[in-house]
Ligand binder design. Structure first.
Ligand code: PEP
Ligand code: MG
Length: 559
């Protein structure tokens, strides 16, 4: 038995075979083949498999986001068997005798270049498609699986780290737990693991060896412990803990349907954070009161090209309809920093977290912003939508973004397309600048939602992706908590609500503080709803508030 230690970032105990995440290798070998017919047959088999995979993806997309979403994969299917494309590959293999991986890579690049040079913008956009299709076929030829998991049974997935774009493409039904070499508690992989309710351990370093692949592993996402080939007593102990956690969950389930009200009658809304329309299932299963943060950029991360207005409309509409009139706060595109998307072709930056990201991109590239806002307002006819802008630092940014909302509504009206007049427009408070001028910002928006992941990173000058900052990264730092208190007070002065949608919202050690500050909404991963409800119901705010607030505002020299 081997026991190794990382940092637990999503609780739960899971057991299964260890599986290393597979990436499509970027370098491919080039060589001359002796049997050209056999090589051609190898290509044809890979092509057929790609078509099958794309068919499955189309069905999945149709079920999750409608026909428009499925269309992308169906187009890719057709591209796989496009006659010109296939003929070029046949010539490369049969006439030139080159290996299939090399021929498909080169043909893909050639066709992409040809599409990119065309005048028609629709044809230009096909460049990314043909590259993607070729990448898929090459992946199959190399025996590397798209989506990273080639296993019949669910696995404990190990990786050096996972980019958000890789995480969204994983086949979630195959994952029992995550282990990553690097990462941090507020990285998007950790956030996703919590949303999915899957145990996750980060920062395992180089302790996982390649020879552990396929061996029995138990992970404890609470303690951060990973056991390879557990002996009998360890297995029994961890399985007993697993049973205990399941029992605790059953007890928590009894809180479903009960209000989030403290002992002395203070109410707070408990909403959920999601990244995909399919996450709505776990919101409803955990009795979330609404959605406080839909990270819309995950839709973009899931696509190979800019998602169309219709594609986005279907996804937003589905979430709103599935939530049946409960409030859904959709955040506009928040890419940049750790969430990079190739097709945006963003220039490389020295400090991406301080660079071109989120609302900044939307304001600089209004055509992208407008497409998203049109999709959002169209979807607003199907439920209770609120729109929220991320990464605000100045009043003018919010005014400019709101102007775009007005323009979109005017256009939709002129086109006779229905939308709701009741859409609230709010902002995330996740920069110290926004917190400090929240008195002014409160006058021009309908709500605030505090993004403590970024607010902590920017206030403490601590990279949220860096797990090595240790004691310097203190999410309970009084500077962050004082900013939250100030923001809530400024919101209330203007009669608007203030929520927290960063990971701190689920931190039960701070629930009493947040209630004392008067936070109106806590938006957390679905699995955190019931533990939080339990904590709220156990709290007597009036009894704890005077001391908590006095300690927070005290000038005593502590932390
Ligand atoms: C935050 O910054 O706290 C937040 C909720 O947004 P994200 O984690 O997606 O940056
Ligand atoms: Mg953020």
């Amino acid at each position: 038995m081997i026991s190794i230690q990382g940092k637990g970032v999503s609780t739960g105990v899971a057991a299964g075979p260890l599986y290393f995440y597979q990436r499509v290798k970027s370098t491919i070998r080039r060589f001359e083949v002796t049997d050209r017919e056999a090589e051609w047959a190898r290509f044809k088999a890979a092509q057929a498999k790609a078509i099958d995979q794309l068919g499955e993806l189309a069905e999945k997309a149709r079920a999750e986001a409608g026909d428009e979403a499925a269309l992308l994969f169906e187009t890719h299917q057709m591209m796989c068997e496009d006659l010109d494309y296939e003929e070029a590959i046949e010539a490369g293999i049969k006439e030139e005798g080159r290996n299939a991986e090399a021929v498909v890579t080169d043909t893909g690049a050639q066709f992409a270049e040809m599409f990119a040079a065309m005048d028609d913008s629709y044809m230009q956009a096909r460049a990314a498609d043909v590259k993607d299709v070729s990448g898929r076929i090459v992946g199959i030829l190399l025996g590397v699986v798209q989506g990273g998991i080639d296993s019949e049974v669910p696995v404990i997935l190990a990786a050096d780290d996972l980019a958000p774009s890789e995480t969204v493409q994983l086949d979630k039904s195959k994952i029992l737990g995550f282990i990553t070499e690097g990462g941090s508690g507020s990285s998007h992989t950790a956030i996703l693991a919590r949303t999915m309710g899957i145990p996750a351990i980060i920062g395992i370093g180089d302790q996982l060896k390649a020879e552990f692949e396929g061996r029995d592993v138990i992970v404890d996402g609470g303690t951060g412990n990973v056991v390879i080939d557990p002996d009998e007593p360890t297995r029994d102990r961890l399985m007993a803990k697993r049973a205990e956690l399941i029992k605790r969950q059953e007890l928590l389930n009894q809180l479903k349907g009960l209000p989030n009200v403290s002992k002395d009658g203070q109410q707070v809304r408990i909403y959920c954070n999601i990244g995909n329309p399919e996450d709505v299932h776990s919101v409803l299963a955990n009795d979330g009161g609404g959605i406080g943060l839909f990270r819309s950029e995950f839709l973009y991360l899931n696509c190979d090209d800019y998602p169309s207005e219709d594609y986005q409309f279907e996804a937003y509409k589905k979430v709103l309809a599935d939530m049946e009139g409960k409030e859904v706060v959709i955040r506009t595109l928040d890419i940049g920093a750790d969430k990079m998307i190739e097709y945006f072709k963003l220039p490389k930056e020295e400090n991406p977290a301080l660079g071109n990201r989120a609302l900044r991109i939307c304001l600089n590239r209004p055509e992208i912003f407008k497409t998203q806002l049109r999709a959002l307002y169209r979807a607003s006819a199907y439920g209770r939508l609120s729109i929220m802008f991320p990464m605000v630092t100045s009043v003018w940014e919010v005014k400019e973004a709101k102007k775009m909302c007005e323009l979109v509504k005017k256009e939709l009206k002129a086109e006779g397309i229905p939308y709701s007049d009741e859409v609230d427009v709010g902002i995330m408070i996740e920069t110290p600048a926004a917190a400090i001028i929240s008195d002014r910002l409160a006058k021009i928006v309908d709500f605030f939602s505090i993004g403590t992941n970024d607010l902590t990173q920017y206030t403490l000058a601590c990279d949220r992706q860096n797990n090595d900052l240790g004691r310097f990264f203190n999410a309970h730092h009084p500077a962050v908590l004082r900013l939250i208190k100030m923001v809530a007070a400024n919101a209330h002065k203007e009669g608007i609500w203030c929520g927290i949608c960063g990971e701190l919202g689920a931190d039960l050690e701070l629930t009493e503080t947040f209630l004392s500050i008067g936070v109106d909404e806590l938006s957390v991963s679905p699995r955190a709803v019931l533990p939080l409800r339990q904590k709220v119901r156990e709290t007597n705010v009036a009894a704890v508030k005077p001391k908590l607030v006095a300690d927070l505002m005290s000038d005593e020299v502590t932390l």
